[in-house]
Design a protein around this ligand. Structure first.
Ligand code: NI
Length: 172
């Protein structure tokens, strides 16, 4: 397994729309293993392939608490088929926007169709943090970041700060 490098905003590659995976083979599984290791190491609770530069509909998630066993979830070609009417607000963050968080309303629960690690069709009902995390990662597959929900002024401020921080890192 390998640790992949996570792309941070602002970066055009994060705006790319991901494509469906046609065949779930060993190459895809190896890549998912690398994504999971990268996510754990970050550390994060969710990662989409586009965040490591591969525009395919692949997501890894693990919302287990520190005192629980790991509960990794591999989502291939995920599709949300139902949203709850109930909306909840949560302070959201993103590995591609380090150190920035914002309160964001989203549907509290979802029903999701996807292919699992073995390529088998699955359906999942998710609520709370799991639902939140999957919706966030699925936005990445559409080329969307959570700051895209914020006002243009606030988004511009965050992205300029990140850009400046990165340029300082490069020159240091
Ligand atoms: Ni994210």
């Amino acid at each position: 397994m390998a640790i992949l490098s996570i792309i941070t905003a602002p970066d055009r590659r994060l705006k790319v729309k991901s494509k469906p995976v046609e065949t779930v083979d060993d190459d895809i599984r190896r890549f998912l293993d690398d994504m999971l290791e990268t996510m754990y190491q970050a550390p994060g609770i969710g990662l989409s392939a586009v965040q490591v530069g591969v525009a395919k509909n692949l997501i890894t998630v693990d919302v287990s608490r520190d005192d629980e066993d790991n509960a990794p979830l591999f989502l291939i070609n995920p599709e949300i088929v139902e949203y709850s009417e109930q909306i909840e607000t949560y302070n959201e963050g993103c590995l591609s926007l380090p150190e920035y968080f914002a309160d964001l309303p989203r549907p509290e629960a979802i029903t999701l169709n996807y292919l699992d690690y073995d390529g088998a069709q699955q359906q999942l009902q998710a609520e709370g943090l799991l639902s939140r995390c999957i919706q966030h990662e699925m936005d990445h597959l559409k080329g969307k970041l959570f700051v895209d929900y914020l006002s243009a002024v606030k988004r511009g401020m965050i992205l300029r700060k990140l850009d400046k921080a990165r340029r300082q890192k490069v020159s240091a």
